[in-house]
Write a protein that binds this ligand. Structure first.
Ligand code: FE2
Length: 251
């Protein structure tokens, strides 16, 4: 991942030449990871799983990886965040992120990642934090296109019951994500990255962030493809609901 500070854009290099031959995934190496970065990377992994699950490129094999990842992350992110030395939770998170990686590596990420890159680049926010701010709104926006899948997300997150119809349960997926973000105090970490721009300053960035999000290609993988106006409105919603100092998710 590269950040071009002159244009406030982030982009990714993908090549066989940077894929390791062997990766050692040792949960003990994560014990000293600060709480903030346990929160950011954990929500990033959850975003990978949810986006892979909803992606237009998803299929049975990637779905199995995504489901298992969502379950492990839902069960283990809060304990891993609350006590970094909980090796069982760290292990579950490591397996969860690995499976989420297998899922999105084969079915791709989507609109959340497309929006998180420009938002993170413009506001100098870590990737996982940007994802966690955006994820509930994109899930809310997308859920009606694949109600059975988003109902499953809601049930895994314990935000809906098994007996609820899919269309009703799917609408609760965003609430489940918000609750998990709240359990790890995600929006409190915004204070670590300086002041958020004023609403007027932010609105000036929205057209450019919208264009950068479309240019990333990630929105094309989303089950509901946003129009230009819808994507702009999603960026504004993120500000009003999660970024503004007096917003609902920060107070
Ligand atoms: Fe990511």
């Amino acid at each position: 991942m590269l950040t071009d500070e002159s244009t406030s854009t982030k982009f990714i290099i993908v090549s066989q030449n940077i894929v390791p031959d062997v990766a050692i995934e040792d949960p003990e190496l994560t014990v000293s990871l600060p709480k903030s970065h346990t929160a950011f990377t954990g929500i990033d992994a959850l975003t990978h799983a949810i986006e892979a699950f909803g992606s237009v490129k998803s299929y049975s094999v990637t779905d199995e990886f995504a489901r298992d990842a969502m379950r492990r992350i839902t069960d283990s992110l809060v304990p891993a965040w609350a006590n970094g030395e909980d090796i069982e939770a760290r292990t579950e998170m490591m397996i969860g992120q690995f499976k989420a990686g297998k899922a999105f590596g084969n079915s791709s990420v989507a609109l959340v990642h497309g929006m998180a890159r420009p938002l993170g680049a413009q506001l100098h926010l870590p990737h996982g934090l940007a994802n966690g701010l955006i994820l509930p709104y994109v899930v809310e926006f997308s859920q009606m296109t694949k109600p059975a899948k988003y109902a499953e997300v809601a049930r895994i997150l314990d935000a809906a019951d098994a007996h609820e119809p899919d269309r009703v349960a799917a609408r609760k997926a965003a609430d489940g994500i918000e609750a998990l973000c709240e359990d790890i105090s995600l929006t409190d970490y915004l204070d670590d990255f300086g002041e958020v721009p004023s609403r007027e300053e932010y609105l000036e960035l929205v057209p450019e962030m919208t264009q950068d999000a479309f240019d990333s290609g990630s929105p094309d993988n989303n089950p509901r493809k946003p129009t230009h106006d819808e994507l702009e409105a999603l960026f504004v919603r993120v500000y009003d609901d999660a970024l503004a100092p007096d917003s609902r998710r920060r107070s």
